[in-house]
Ligand binder design. Structure first.
Ligand code: DGL
Length: 275
């Protein structure tokens, strides 16, 4: 590719389709940017895998995007962000933006009572990624974390307003509700599509933080700082790559992205592991 640096696409990856909620936010903040998305749908979930495996997969995902000629990478997966961000930055010189820092900053800005809840995959919560990032910003903030592993398959099933989702949310969130938090970080890129249920169960007065929204602003600031924003005035183009095309892919992708995806490229795992 012989593009001037600014006109190269932004690369975004996730363990699966959750990161499409982040693509939606980046596209609305930076509508003229081209985006290349990679979802590792053959190896999802990352949230129940070991740190070593998540690092290995994340390096492969990033390398795939770099080979496509991206100018920056957004790790649109909280699990990969909490485990592999340092390693990714050690290996690759381009700007790499994760989910945790932007989400932590947005939570600090939103809370009035200083009591913040965080929900995410077992890996993100087990690594205490958010509590450490939030307390680094302000040691006085009180952070309570809770893993909600069943939210990922419920979101992928498209059960965004289903009785079972309410019941599971009730079980997961009752302790956080009793602690009177005023802010809840959706620390997994699958969760924004379950916002309606989560809000109803945790309480309408609790502010939900979508780390995708927060990270889109950081992407804009970072690219602006190093003069890497596009000069294109037309609507940006988006390309989608996945390592497997699940049966319900199109239907669910619409739900996450908010629009129809017409074409998805399939990447063989051998290609991913060889590069
Ligand atoms: N989208 C991933 C995240 O933000 C969760 C899915 C997974 O476990 O791979 O953490």
């Amino acid at each position: 590719m012989n593009l001037n640096e600014n006109e190269k696409p932004i690369g975004v990856f996730d363990s699966g389709i959750g990161g499409l909620t982040v693509v939606k936010r980046i596209a609305s903040t930076l509508p003229n940017e081209n985006i290349i998305y990679f979802g590792d749908t053959a190896r999802v979930p990352y949230g129940s895998k070991s740190n070593l495996t998540v690092i290995e997969y994340s390096l492969q995902d990033a390398r795939f995007l770099i080979n496509k000629g991206v100018k920056a990478i957004v790790v649109a997966c909280n699990t990969a962000s909490s485990i592999a961000l340092d390693e990714l930055r050690k290996h690759f010189a381009l700007p790499i933006i994760g989910m945790i820092e932007p989400g932590a900053q947005a939570a600090k800005a939103a809370t009035k009572s200083g009591k913040i809840g965080v929900i995410g995959t077992r890996a993100t919560i087990g690594n205490k990624a958010y509590s450490e990032a939030i307390r680094k910003l302000d040691a006085k903030l009180d952070v309570v974390e809770r893993a909600c592993p069943l939210f990922v398959p419920l979101a992928e099933e498209g059960w965004i307003d289903h009785k079972a989702t309410y019941e599971i949310a009730e079980e997961y969130l009752k302790e956080l509700r009793s602690l009177n938090i005023d802010t809840l970080v959706l620390g997994c890129t699958h969760y924004p599509i379950l916002s309606k249920v989560i809000k109803k169960v945790i309480g309408e007065n609790v502010t939900l933080i979508d780390s995708g929204v927060a990270s889109a602003e950081i992407v804009e600031n970072e690219l602006n700082k190093i003069n890497l924003l596009t000069e294109n005035k037309l609507q940006g183009k988006q390309e989608f790559y996945v390592s497997d095309i699940p049966v319900k892919f199109k239907e669910v992708a619409d739900l996450f992205l908010g629009r129809t995806i017409n074409h998805v490229h399939k990447v063989d795992l051998e290609v991913l592991t060889e590069i």
